[in-house]
Write a protein that binds this ligand. Structure first.
Ligand code: 9G3
Length: 567
């Protein structure tokens, strides 16, 4: 490709709202342009990377035995009513009417559509197992799209769905996708961790894993054990906290005043209380009924865990008015004793020998409050947000915390959709049984941004060869120098004939502009035909390392082809 004909405009400056490196660099390198909030056009340079990633995804999906389909973006609302998810989603699910006033949605995912397909096409166990996949555009009307294609409203996903006769079959299909995902992210040159994840509302009971690209701009937090391979999204992670030895205090509980102390910090600073010994009680609305939740003063409630423990669809903190009406006091002195609502207790509280707790009276607290003696609970569980330093539940080593970009998520669905939509098959004994499903997603467009986050420096992007928009960038420095110009043309032609993807910067631009654009666009290898060509030498520069090698044109072609093929 000749750059003078290539539709790419690099930018020196980008809009302020481009906060993260990948968003700024993808705009500056001319890969994408925003059309409307959270919706982007892919320009040739960006689309070449997208197609490279899609090709790797297809190869690994096909290798894993999955079959490609393409489902519609527009879906009938009726399928969502049938699956029972019509009421689960608010404005994030884009709903509209067609000219015949039929209610439709713009597909945010395709569990309903694929299950509808299978319920009509699959009759017998002979047609199973089967995994179908598509690479297709999704729409989720996110409240705050941000970070460019990292969190967009319209995005490209590879979503796959497996159909098996039983759980063992699902385990096999799930493992095949899991291993294909590892291969895909490895081939894209990404550093990633697989973590246990919360299947959330979507998922069945069977569990799920997320594939996290490690990056400081990641929106997710993961906890990893440096000693064993325990790793989990903080939504689900558990950690052992100190001091759970089951001892109980025998001291009688003692009332004391704490005027004006509304927060744990104020109790610590004014009354010298150690937050770890305080029994903090928060009031939640759980599917609209009030529930009190007790957690240690130095811990945070993990609302994902709380939802799973209570099997709730929605949990949200109650406002102070509601708390006052329910407990007789405002924030700061709510306690676990004499409550007129259910009480859920975190395990780390249930096992405390004693603690300091609010008296459910303004400015009143009690010390020597003993769980199980001075208050009881309706349910208990691990509902605290684990954090770095907690002991690994498997091997006891202190957990480490990282930020991650979720680029893949795999789920064991079981019969959640097959029962709701009556997708079943006749088994070998002629018994009708619901199909056992799994679903698997890769954020293909997000993957581009994640790759840029892991592969860039202050000059620009540094593409890993397998997903680079071009393999080689040929840069004649001074087009007015016929020797340089001809040598660059020959390199370009010879490399193209060798099947190498080459971008020739044949623009009549100042060397500085050419070098800056080349470093910004991030093509892995630059062949610079500059002043050293007077000695018949070409500079081969590796973008990732900056390492420059002086070579004759023949050696440059051989080395470039070798570098591309060796990946
Ligand atoms: C919705 C809306 C947003 C959503 C969903 C439904 C996320 C929804 C979860 C999944 C699960 C898997 C198949 C590929 C892999 C991920 N956001 N999810 O179901 F209506 Cl508005 O999409 N689906």
């Amino acid at each position: 490709m000749r750059q003078s004909h290539f539709f790419v405009q690099t930018l020196r400056e980008v809009p302020a709202e481009a906060e993260v490196p990948s968003h700024r660099l993808m705009l500056r390198a001319g890969m994408i342009r925003q059309v409307v909030s959270g919706v982007y056009s892919y320009l040739p340079l960006g689309y070449r990377v997208l197609r490279k990633i899609e090709a790797i995804v297809r190869e690994e999906m096909d290798r894993a035995g999955a079959q490609e389909v393409l489902l519609p973006a527009v879906q009938p609302a009726s399928l969502w009513q049938e699956s029972g998810r019509w009421d689960d989603y608010g404005k994030e699910l884009l709903r509209f009417e067609d000219r015949h006033e039929r209610m439709l949605v713009l597909g945010p995912t395709h569990e309903e559509v694929i299950t509808d397909l299978v319920r009509t096409e699959v009759r017998s166990y002979r047609q199973l197992p089967m995994t179908l996949y598509q690479i297709q555009t999704k729409f989720r009307d996110e409240v705050r799209p941000r970070f460019g294609v990292m969190r967009a409203r319209e995005f490209i996903m590879k979503d796959a769905y497996s159909f098996d006769v039983d759980e063992k079959g699902l385990d096999r299909s799930y493992r095949a996708m899991y291993q294909a995902y590892e291969q895909i992210f490895r081939r894209c040159g990404l550093e990633f961790r697989v973590v246990q994840a919360d299947p959330g509302a979507i998922g069945g009971e069977g569990g799920s894993h997320e594939f996290m690209v490690l990056s400081e701009v990641g929106e997710d937090t993961i906890l990893v054990c440096p000693a064993c391979d325990y790793a989990a999204n903080v939504e689900l992670a558990s950690g052992k906290v100190a001091g759970e030895d089951g001892r109980r205090s025998v001291s009688e509980k003692e009332r004391f005043l704490t005027p004006g102390a509304k927060t744990i910090e104020e109790l610590r600073d004014r009354y010298g209380l150690d937050p770890e010994t305080i029994i903090k009680v928060l009031v939640y609305r759980v599917d609209d009924r009030p529930v009190a939740v007790a957690i240690r003063g130095n811990d945070e409630v993990n609302e994902v865990k709380l939802k799973r423990l209570l099997g709730a669809r929605r949990v949200e903190l109650a406002d102070e008015e509601t708390v006052r009406a329910l407990t007789g006091t405002g924030f700061g002195s709510v306690g676990p004793m004499n409550l007129n609502m259910p009480l859920v207790v975190d395990d780390a509280v249930a096992s405390m020998p004693e603690g300091v707790a609010g008296g459910n009276e303004p400015d009143v607290h009690y010390r020597h409050v003993v769980p199980g003696r001075d208050f009881n609970w309706d349910s208990r569980g691990d509902i605290r947000t684990a954090r770095a330093g907690d002991r690994c539940v498997r091997c006891g080593a202190p957990l480490e915390e990282y930020r991650g970009i979720e680029v893949g998520h795999v789920f064991k669905l079981g019969t959640k959709y097959s029962e709701a939509l009556s997708a079943s098959f006749l088994d070998e004994r002629g018994v009708q049984r619901p199909v056992i499903m799994g679903c698997y997603g890769i954020g293909v467009s997000r993957l581009i941004a994640a790759a840029v986050e892991q592969h860039h420096d202050d000059k620009g992007i540094m593409w890993p060869m397998p997903i680079a928009p071009f393999h080689i960038h040929v840069l004649p420095v001074n087009l007015k120098d016929a020797a340089q110009r001809d040598a660059a043309e020959q390199l370009y032609t010879r490399l193209e004939n060798a099947g190498i993807e080459v971008l020739l910067d044949d623009r009549d631009e100042r060397p500085g502009v050419k070098f800056n654009d080349a470093d910004l666009m991030g093509i892995p290898i630059q062949l610079i035909v500059g002043k050293r060509f007077s000695e018949g030498l070409v500079e081969m520069k590796r973008r990732k390392t900056g390492e420059v090698t002086l070579l004759s044109p023949d050696e440059a072609v051989r080395a470039a082809v070798e570098a591309v093929r060796s990946v």
